[in-house]
Design a protein around this ligand. Sequence first.
Ligand code: SAJ
Length: 444
Amino acid sequence: MQRRKLPFNRISVIGLGYIGLPTATVIASRGIDVVGVDVVATAVEAVNAGTVHISEPGLERLVNQVVGAGKLRAVTRPEPADAFIIAVPTPFVEAEQSETPAPDLSYIQAAAESIVPVLKPGDLVILESTSPVGTTEKLMGWLRNARADLSFPVQGELGATDVHVAYCPERILPGKALEELVANDRIIGGVSEACSLAALGLYQLFVEGDCIITDARTAELSKLTENAYRDVNIAFANEMAFICDELGVNVWELIRLANRHPRVSILNPGPGVGGHCIAVDPWFIVSSAPQQAKLIAQSRKVNDARPAYVADQVFQATQKHANPIIACLGLAFKPDIDDLRESPALDVVKELSERSDNQLLAVEPNIDSLPVELSSKGVALVSLDEALAHADIVVVLVDHSSFLDIDSGLLAGKTVVDTRGLLPRLEKQAEPVASCTTIVDIAE
Ligand code: SAJ
């Protein structure tokens, strides 16, 4: 089929969050007029003022640049454009009866309804939000029902249509968004071949990685598979951590040794899996194919069991000290970010604050104040030095870079619950202190 190059004089990005805003900004930096749309007025105001409402390295500077150059502006209601990129959240609804949380597509539906009035022949609609298989077809159904005057593509059929629709999942790592948006390979899942080619033309405006064409359903499942794959692999590491505690083996030493095999590469255990992607997306596969997705569902359960287990380990450690002060190092969902959403570290501290009377100190170098659910329970946000000076028990929940500089001499006499394998990485640690479990008493 001949490639039809669509002109993209104006591109609209619906949803100015962790994915939409970096995407809108990068496209605008290529000299294209971009209109960002968000229902949250403060997000729109921030962008129009050349600032950002989310934290992502390098983003504020680039937003400021493209807004200043008149290439990016934000509005609360969609305006006509040549292409619409939908990047809104797809959370899940905690189902009370069923064991499987169900995906919530209401944000995608609302985004579709919002572009209905401005859609015109020749437009391209791309869904980037992580979605269960079949969502792109649903999205097209919502558009088609509202706009009977426009023709839409049919999977596998050739022929020109008024509107092109494709699913092109985002794959960027928070903290490296601007770099990965350009460098990562991109999957282009058009509803028809013509749709794929139209979407390919858009991504080739800024993607330097390969753009690979497939159909919409495969593209949807591919995104879910990537995150489920990582979740299952982390669950394997976490299950080994449970097994090691039971058998008195040091899990970090074990993984280090096993990874010396040329075909073994085990990930790191931890206090659980956080963030709004890996802890959520596998459920989209499970809810679509519950009879088949047994390993994926079980892996979610293994990872979700970690925070309560870590809290139990801390209670075990409190038995070794009289009225101990507990310092929790890290609250973010992973190292060197300020994002506390779905953070297992936060869950551990919350559980400790609810179940114990011990004084709790929290160290999180990337935030200025504690979430109210912790501050209201008397948890104090302190510096690392202060925490190490006062604590009897140190709980390592996140391996922020700044924690790697801890002088291990300052841990003398304390009990360390090391969920991230920090101890063996401390520079002055001559020998791995953990002879068996993740609870380690440091000699005076
Ligand atoms: N984690 C471990 N052990 C590990 C690796 C990670 O416990 O060995 C934990 C982290 O501490 C964190 C959670 O897993 O709590 C998730 O962190 P992550 O760095 O694995 O992933 P995210 O959620 O920041 O980003 C993922 C990425 N997906 C994959 O790597 C397959 C990213 O490329 C996606 O774009 C993003 O999800 C998304 O938006 O879907």
